[in-house]
Design a protein around this ligand. Structure first.
Ligand SMILES: NC(=O)c1ccc[n+]([C@@H]2O[C@H](COP(=O)([O-])OP(=O)(O)OC[C@H]3O[C@@H](n4cnc5c(N)ncnc54)[C@H](O)[C@@H]3O)[C@@H](O)[C@H]2O)c1
Length: 255
Protein backbone atom coordinates (compact mmCIF):
# COMPACT_ATOMS: atom_id res chain seq x y z
CA UNK A 1 0.00 0.00 0.00
CA UNK A 2 1.57 3.22 -1.10
CA UNK A 3 1.35 5.74 1.74
CA UNK A 4 0.17 9.05 0.46
CA UNK A 5 -1.61 12.31 1.09
CA UNK A 6 -5.33 11.90 1.62
CA UNK A 7 -4.96 8.76 3.71
CA UNK A 8 -5.53 8.65 7.47
CA UNK A 9 -3.68 6.59 10.06
CA UNK A 10 -4.52 5.90 13.69
CA UNK A 11 -1.50 5.72 15.96
CA UNK A 12 -2.24 4.61 19.52
CA UNK A 13 0.25 5.67 22.16
CA UNK A 14 0.84 8.28 19.47
CA UNK A 15 2.12 11.16 21.61
CA UNK A 16 5.17 9.48 23.16
CA UNK A 17 8.12 7.29 22.25
CA UNK A 18 7.65 4.80 19.41
CA UNK A 19 4.11 5.97 18.62
CA UNK A 20 5.11 9.63 18.47
CA UNK A 21 8.00 8.89 16.09
CA UNK A 22 5.65 6.88 13.87
CA UNK A 23 2.98 9.59 13.90
CA UNK A 24 5.59 12.16 12.80
CA UNK A 25 6.90 9.89 10.02
CA UNK A 26 3.35 9.36 8.74
CA UNK A 27 2.70 13.12 8.81
CA UNK A 28 5.92 13.65 6.85
CA UNK A 29 4.56 11.25 4.23
CA UNK A 30 1.44 13.40 3.90
CA UNK A 31 -1.03 11.30 5.88
CA UNK A 32 -3.47 12.65 8.43
CA UNK A 33 -3.00 11.13 11.86
CA UNK A 34 -5.31 10.47 14.78
CA UNK A 35 -3.09 10.06 17.84
CA UNK A 36 -4.87 8.07 20.54
CA UNK A 37 -3.43 8.42 24.02
CA UNK A 38 -4.17 9.34 27.63
CA UNK A 39 -1.54 12.07 27.93
CA UNK A 40 -3.44 15.34 27.40
CA UNK A 41 -0.42 17.60 27.80
CA UNK A 42 1.61 15.93 25.06
CA UNK A 43 -1.48 15.28 22.95
CA UNK A 44 -2.53 18.92 22.94
CA UNK A 45 1.03 20.06 22.22
CA UNK A 46 1.19 17.76 19.19
CA UNK A 47 -2.24 18.82 18.00
CA UNK A 48 -1.09 22.45 18.10
CA UNK A 49 2.19 21.73 16.37
CA UNK A 50 0.58 19.80 13.51
CA UNK A 51 -2.68 21.76 13.38
CA UNK A 52 -5.19 20.43 10.86
CA UNK A 53 -3.11 17.29 10.15
CA UNK A 54 -3.03 15.56 13.53
CA UNK A 55 -5.90 15.12 15.89
CA UNK A 56 -5.35 13.96 19.46
CA UNK A 57 -8.14 11.80 20.85
CA UNK A 58 -8.05 10.91 24.52
CA UNK A 59 -9.07 7.28 24.69
CA UNK A 60 -8.20 4.19 26.66
CA UNK A 61 -7.34 1.59 24.04
CA UNK A 62 -9.09 -1.13 26.04
CA UNK A 63 -12.37 0.79 26.26
CA UNK A 64 -14.92 0.04 23.55
CA UNK A 65 -16.81 3.36 23.53
CA UNK A 66 -13.67 5.49 23.76
CA UNK A 67 -11.95 3.64 20.92
CA UNK A 68 -15.09 3.91 18.81
CA UNK A 69 -14.81 7.68 19.19
CA UNK A 70 -11.21 7.56 18.06
CA UNK A 71 -12.20 5.54 14.98
CA UNK A 72 -15.00 8.01 14.25
CA UNK A 73 -12.45 10.85 14.41
CA UNK A 74 -10.26 9.00 11.90
CA UNK A 75 -13.22 8.35 9.61
CA UNK A 76 -14.04 12.07 9.77
CA UNK A 77 -10.52 12.79 8.46
CA UNK A 78 -11.37 10.28 5.72
CA UNK A 79 -9.84 7.20 4.09
CA UNK A 80 -8.61 5.32 7.20
CA UNK A 81 -5.98 2.95 5.82
CA UNK A 82 -3.51 2.31 8.63
CA UNK A 83 -3.38 1.42 12.31
CA UNK A 84 -0.12 1.49 14.25
CA UNK A 85 -0.89 0.33 17.76
CA UNK A 86 1.82 1.37 20.22
CA UNK A 87 -0.07 2.06 23.45
CA UNK A 88 1.25 -0.15 26.20
CA UNK A 89 2.40 -0.28 29.80
CA UNK A 90 4.81 -2.30 31.91
CA UNK A 91 5.06 -2.97 35.61
CA UNK A 92 6.91 -5.42 37.84
CA UNK A 93 5.21 -8.45 39.34
CA UNK A 94 6.35 -11.79 40.66
CA UNK A 95 4.39 -14.98 41.32
CA UNK A 96 5.70 -14.88 44.90
CA UNK A 97 6.52 -11.33 46.01
CA UNK A 98 9.50 -10.57 48.26
CA UNK A 99 7.24 -10.50 51.35
CA UNK A 100 5.97 -14.02 50.52
CA UNK A 101 2.54 -12.88 49.28
CA UNK A 102 1.10 -13.99 45.95
CA UNK A 103 1.60 -11.57 43.05
CA UNK A 104 -1.35 -9.19 42.69
CA UNK A 105 -4.14 -10.48 40.47
CA UNK A 106 -5.35 -6.91 40.05
CA UNK A 107 -2.00 -5.70 38.74
CA UNK A 108 -1.72 -8.69 36.39
CA UNK A 109 -5.22 -8.10 35.05
CA UNK A 110 -4.55 -4.38 34.51
CA UNK A 111 -1.47 -4.96 32.34
CA UNK A 112 -3.22 -7.70 30.34
CA UNK A 113 -6.19 -5.39 29.87
CA UNK A 114 -4.17 -2.49 28.47
CA UNK A 115 -1.64 -4.45 26.41
CA UNK A 116 -3.55 -7.50 25.17
CA UNK A 117 -7.24 -6.58 25.32
CA UNK A 118 -6.30 -3.08 24.10
CA UNK A 119 -4.59 -4.61 21.04
CA UNK A 120 -7.62 -6.73 20.23
CA UNK A 121 -9.98 -3.79 20.73
CA UNK A 122 -7.99 -1.37 18.55
CA UNK A 123 -7.48 -4.00 15.86
CA UNK A 124 -11.09 -5.15 15.61
CA UNK A 125 -12.55 -1.63 15.51
CA UNK A 126 -9.98 -0.33 13.02
CA UNK A 127 -10.55 -3.43 10.85
CA UNK A 128 -14.31 -2.86 10.72
CA UNK A 129 -13.70 0.72 9.54
CA UNK A 130 -11.05 -0.31 6.98
CA UNK A 131 -13.28 -3.06 5.60
CA UNK A 132 -15.57 -0.31 4.23
CA UNK A 133 -12.75 1.08 2.03
CA UNK A 134 -12.56 0.47 -1.69
CA UNK A 135 -9.46 -1.69 -2.31
CA UNK A 136 -6.46 0.14 -3.78
CA UNK A 137 -3.88 -2.17 -5.40
CA UNK A 138 -5.66 -5.11 -3.73
CA UNK A 139 -5.59 -3.63 -0.22
CA UNK A 140 -8.13 -2.00 2.05
CA UNK A 141 -5.74 -1.31 4.90
CA UNK A 142 -2.85 -2.53 7.04
CA UNK A 143 -2.25 -2.80 10.78
CA UNK A 144 0.90 -2.92 12.89
CA UNK A 145 0.78 -4.15 16.48
CA UNK A 146 3.56 -3.84 19.03
CA UNK A 147 4.82 -6.78 21.08
CA UNK A 148 8.25 -6.95 22.73
CA UNK A 149 11.17 -9.36 22.90
CA UNK A 150 9.76 -10.00 26.39
CA UNK A 151 6.98 -11.89 24.60
CA UNK A 152 9.69 -14.48 23.79
CA UNK A 153 12.20 -14.09 26.65
CA UNK A 154 10.40 -12.51 29.58
CA UNK A 155 12.68 -11.59 32.45
CA UNK A 156 12.00 -12.28 36.11
CA UNK A 157 9.46 -9.70 37.27
CA UNK A 158 7.91 -9.29 33.82
CA UNK A 159 5.20 -11.96 34.04
CA UNK A 160 2.20 -9.77 33.16
CA UNK A 161 4.08 -7.80 30.50
CA UNK A 162 5.60 -10.94 28.92
CA UNK A 163 2.23 -12.75 28.92
CA UNK A 164 0.49 -9.78 27.31
CA UNK A 165 3.14 -9.44 24.60
CA UNK A 166 3.16 -13.20 23.90
CA UNK A 167 -0.60 -12.81 23.44
CA UNK A 168 -0.03 -10.10 20.85
CA UNK A 169 2.46 -12.33 19.01
CA UNK A 170 -0.11 -15.15 19.10
CA UNK A 171 -2.79 -12.84 17.76
CA UNK A 172 -0.80 -11.78 14.72
CA UNK A 173 -1.08 -14.75 12.36
CA UNK A 174 -4.69 -15.51 13.20
CA UNK A 175 -5.62 -11.85 12.73
CA UNK A 176 -3.94 -11.82 9.32
CA UNK A 177 -5.80 -14.99 8.35
CA UNK A 178 -9.08 -13.66 9.74
CA UNK A 179 -8.81 -10.39 7.78
CA UNK A 180 -7.38 -11.88 4.58
CA UNK A 181 -10.72 -11.93 2.77
CA UNK A 182 -11.15 -8.26 3.66
CA UNK A 183 -7.74 -7.47 2.11
CA UNK A 184 -6.38 -6.08 5.38
CA UNK A 185 -2.90 -7.09 6.55
CA UNK A 186 -1.64 -7.43 10.13
CA UNK A 187 1.97 -7.61 11.33
CA UNK A 188 3.64 -7.09 14.69
CA UNK A 189 6.94 -5.49 15.65
CA UNK A 190 8.72 -6.94 18.70
CA UNK A 191 11.15 -4.21 19.81
CA UNK A 192 14.20 -4.89 21.94
CA UNK A 193 15.45 -1.92 23.99
CA UNK A 194 14.46 1.51 22.68
CA UNK A 195 15.23 5.05 23.82
CA UNK A 196 11.76 6.19 24.84
CA UNK A 197 10.27 7.79 27.96
CA UNK A 198 9.30 4.26 29.06
CA UNK A 199 12.99 3.33 29.36
CA UNK A 200 14.50 6.77 29.98
CA UNK A 201 13.11 6.76 33.53
CA UNK A 202 15.99 4.40 34.41
CA UNK A 203 19.29 5.78 35.80
CA UNK A 204 22.03 6.67 33.27
CA UNK A 205 24.39 3.86 34.26
CA UNK A 206 21.60 1.28 33.83
CA UNK A 207 20.78 2.74 30.39
CA UNK A 208 24.45 2.54 29.39
CA UNK A 209 24.75 -1.08 30.42
CA UNK A 210 21.45 -1.93 28.69
CA UNK A 211 22.75 -0.34 25.48
CA UNK A 212 26.05 -2.20 25.79
CA UNK A 213 24.17 -5.50 26.14
CA UNK A 214 22.85 -5.21 22.57
CA UNK A 215 25.19 -7.19 20.26
CA UNK A 216 25.07 -4.97 17.16
CA UNK A 217 24.50 -2.05 17.02
CA UNK A 218 25.62 -1.88 20.63
CA UNK A 219 23.21 0.81 21.75
CA UNK A 220 19.54 1.41 22.45
CA UNK A 221 17.23 1.54 19.45
CA UNK A 222 15.94 4.88 18.20
CA UNK A 223 12.21 5.52 17.89
CA UNK A 224 12.81 6.55 14.25
CA UNK A 225 14.04 2.99 13.61
CA UNK A 226 10.75 1.59 14.88
CA UNK A 227 8.87 4.11 12.71
CA UNK A 228 10.91 3.07 9.65
CA UNK A 229 9.87 -0.56 10.22
CA UNK A 230 6.21 0.33 10.81
CA UNK A 231 6.06 2.33 7.56
CA UNK A 232 7.79 -0.46 5.67
CA UNK A 233 5.21 -2.98 6.93
CA UNK A 234 2.38 -0.67 5.87
CA UNK A 235 3.90 -0.34 2.40
CA UNK A 236 5.05 -3.89 1.66
CA UNK A 237 2.08 -6.00 0.53
CA UNK A 238 3.89 -9.32 1.06
CA UNK A 239 4.45 -8.72 4.78
CA UNK A 240 1.53 -10.32 6.59
CA UNK A 241 0.91 -12.41 9.70
CA UNK A 242 4.51 -12.04 10.87
CA UNK A 243 6.14 -10.72 14.03
CA UNK A 244 9.42 -8.99 13.28
CA UNK A 245 12.02 -8.70 16.02
CA UNK A 246 13.68 -5.29 15.95
CA UNK A 247 16.37 -5.76 18.53
CA UNK A 248 20.02 -5.64 17.33
CA UNK A 249 20.17 -9.42 18.00
CA UNK A 250 19.61 -9.12 21.77
CA UNK A 251 18.30 -12.15 23.66
CA UNK A 252 17.17 -11.15 27.14
CA UNK A 253 18.67 -13.04 30.09
CA UNK A 254 16.55 -14.28 33.02
CA UNK A 255 17.30 -11.08 34.98
N1 LIG B 1 10.79 1.30 24.67
C1 LIG B 1 11.12 0.04 24.62
O1 LIG B 1 12.27 -0.32 24.84
C2 LIG B 1 10.10 -1.00 24.23
C3 LIG B 1 10.55 -2.32 24.08
C4 LIG B 1 9.64 -3.30 23.73
C5 LIG B 1 8.32 -2.99 23.52
N2 LIG B 1 7.90 -1.70 23.69
C6 LIG B 1 6.47 -1.44 23.48
O2 LIG B 1 6.32 -0.37 22.58
C7 LIG B 1 5.11 0.33 22.85
C8 LIG B 1 5.41 1.81 22.99
O3 LIG B 1 6.28 1.98 24.08
P1 LIG B 1 7.14 3.30 24.31
O4 LIG B 1 8.48 2.85 24.74
O5 LIG B 1 7.00 4.22 23.17
O6 LIG B 1 6.40 3.84 25.63
P2 LIG B 1 5.88 5.30 26.05
O7 LIG B 1 5.53 5.17 27.50
O8 LIG B 1 6.83 6.34 25.62
O9 LIG B 1 4.54 5.44 25.18
C9 LIG B 1 3.40 4.67 25.42
C10 LIG B 1 2.18 5.58 25.31
O10 LIG B 1 1.01 4.78 25.50
C11 LIG B 1 0.08 5.55 26.23
N3 LIG B 1 -0.87 4.67 26.91
C12 LIG B 1 -0.65 3.88 27.98
N4 LIG B 1 -1.77 3.22 28.32
C13 LIG B 1 -2.73 3.62 27.44
C14 LIG B 1 -4.10 3.28 27.28
N5 LIG B 1 -4.73 2.43 28.10
N6 LIG B 1 -4.78 3.87 26.26
C15 LIG B 1 -4.17 4.76 25.43
N7 LIG B 1 -2.88 5.10 25.55
C16 LIG B 1 -2.16 4.54 26.54
C17 LIG B 1 0.94 6.34 27.23
O11 LIG B 1 0.25 7.49 27.72
C18 LIG B 1 2.15 6.70 26.37
O12 LIG B 1 1.99 7.97 25.75
C19 LIG B 1 4.53 -0.31 24.13
O13 LIG B 1 3.55 -1.25 23.76
C20 LIG B 1 5.73 -1.03 24.74
O14 LIG B 1 5.34 -2.14 25.50
C21 LIG B 1 8.75 -0.70 24.04
Amino acid sequence: MQLQKGMTAIVTGGVSGLGEATAISLLERGLNVVAVDLNDERGQAMEQKYAGRLRYVKADVADEAQMQQAIAAAEAFGNLRALVHCAGIGGPLRLIEKDGSAGSLEKYTHIIRVNLIGSFNALRLAAVAMAKNEPVDGERGACVLTASVAGYEGQIGQIPYASSKAGVIGMTLVAARDLATKMIRVCTIAPGLFETPLLMRLPDDVLQSLGASVPNPSRLGRPSEYAMTALHILENPMLNGETIRLDGAIRMQPR
